[in-house]
Design a protein around this ligand. Sequence first.
Ligand code: M6R
Length: 622
Amino acid sequence: MCGIVGYVGHRPACEVVIGALRRMEYRGYDSAGIALVNDYGTLTVRRRAGRLVNLESALDEAEGTALRGHCGVGHTRWATHGRPTDRNAHPHSDAAVKIAVVHNGIIENHAELRRELEADGVRFGSDTDTEVAVHLVARHYQHGPTAGDFERSVFAVLRRLEGHFTLVFANADEPGKVVAARRSTPLLLGVGDGEMFVSSDVAAFIEYTRDAVELGQDQAVVITAEGYRITDFDGVATDVGWRTFHVDWDLSAAEKGGYEYFMLKEIAEQPSAVANTLVGHFVDGRIVLDEQRLTDQDLREVDKVFIVACGTAYHSGLLAKYAIEHWTRLPVEVELASEFRYRDPVLDRSTLVIAISQSGETADTLEAVRHAKEQKAKVLAICNTNGSQIPRECDAVLYTRAGPEIGVAATKTFLAQIAANYLVGLALAQARGTKYPDEVEREYRELEGIPELVARVLDNIEPVAALARQFALSSTVLFLGRHVGYPVALEGALKLKELAYLHAEGFAAGELKHGPLALIEDGLPVIVVMPSPKSSPVLHAKLVSNIREIQARGAMTIVIAEESDETVRPYADYLVEIPSVSMLFQPLLSTVPLQVFAASLAKAQGYDVDKPRNLAKSVTVE
Ligand code: M6R
């Protein structure tokens, strides 16, 4: 939530900052703003409600010299405190318009700090929690022991703030310097040649450098064109807690590459997202994870598994339950991270908690991880973002190597998560001896064949897009599935809700007669995810009966079924065929038409597929 950037170097800061915001707009798009310090020591702030394009138009009209300069900060906002208006847009500045700040996160003690500042005569220009930070820095910079010392003024304020935040400050008196700090929200440093960047995401600076530094908890960094200094909140330089890394993807991965929108590109990238996630994880006949700080003995001691995640990642967790229980005979509970944390779950040293998160930043999931660690459980992360907080705090990590996902709706990372979850299941089965090595290898080899099959589904996807356009005016779409088809139904419904803003619900088909059947009426589109007639004939027969029941009540059935499935054909008003695979792997194929259905329907409605209203990619508030 919120993308922030700071730059010092030899390029025009305005261009660098706007380019960075363009690539981070997926993090929030309620408003955008920029503060530039020109070479004559003048701070210019421009901010606009709405999309980045509004800010760009405002800049086009602005006077040239003010925007010239080589130091700046920028922000793209997902509103938490204060409505998404011009006045609440970041950057915020002090009364003298000398110091500017951009912020991601929440300053929890803002009300108390605001009262203190107001009692001191400070007048606020916004309703945000952020503004207190800049007035406090200005006060320290003007009076007392830190007067005239920009860095020490910032450190003094950082020590007073509660909550989670990344803050980036610029100061008109120091045109060649930016000071940034983080607690529990991301802050990355891009190390260029004669230029430095700070940002929420490497996408902000990938055009200029792939050398990055991930800052540690409660660390600050001072950047100039020539270098950087990492400190704690007392300003004491530290060489622990942060790490350098090289970004292994380039600018093209963060651009549309000829696709109309990112989601379409990301759907098309799914074969490589799954293939890359598998690469290097089967070595000498054994499954290996990435950062394995848990031994086989630790895995053998596990007697219960919890999976915690949110949204789409939660749906991938529901799928993991089927595989892990089947392969390891361990009981698995899957919980929404936001519920898990607050209900006092029974955890101990022999519990394994698996946290799944694309961003590695989701506040609910992070808090669930922290709670599990406090209870001494072992925690394993499945994450797509190198350098993010959740993997840092876990005992073992498996990275999904799906590459950057810009579309707010998760697509390729969902498939990559399923693959990663299955690798974890196989690693557990291997360590615990519940599967022989040749059985583990057989499952792995089938998984390895999935990318090619996903590509086949994609090759034949156009009829699904056309079908979605036909249903563009529907007000409700229902999804049905059984076994692993049930989480797929939930995911299909979530995609449609978030992209097309229509009522969509996923049901376990067996539950139909216990209530949802009452929703069926003439012409209502119902998407049914069929199990394989070969690998699960019993479930298949039951679902055929369910289809007949809804068809008899007037539903329009859109059926996702295996290519050879002749029995279901007579009951499908529309049939979408997918290749035949083992039951557990079918979601990797059956999800794809549902993603395309949602994206195409939303597009037909004229909605912004990559940036659905009210949402943001990374949810860093609880
Ligand atoms: O970054 P995370 O995987 O932790 O995010 C979890 C959810 O916010 C996310 O999956 C969300 O549900 C997607 N936008 C749905 O498409």
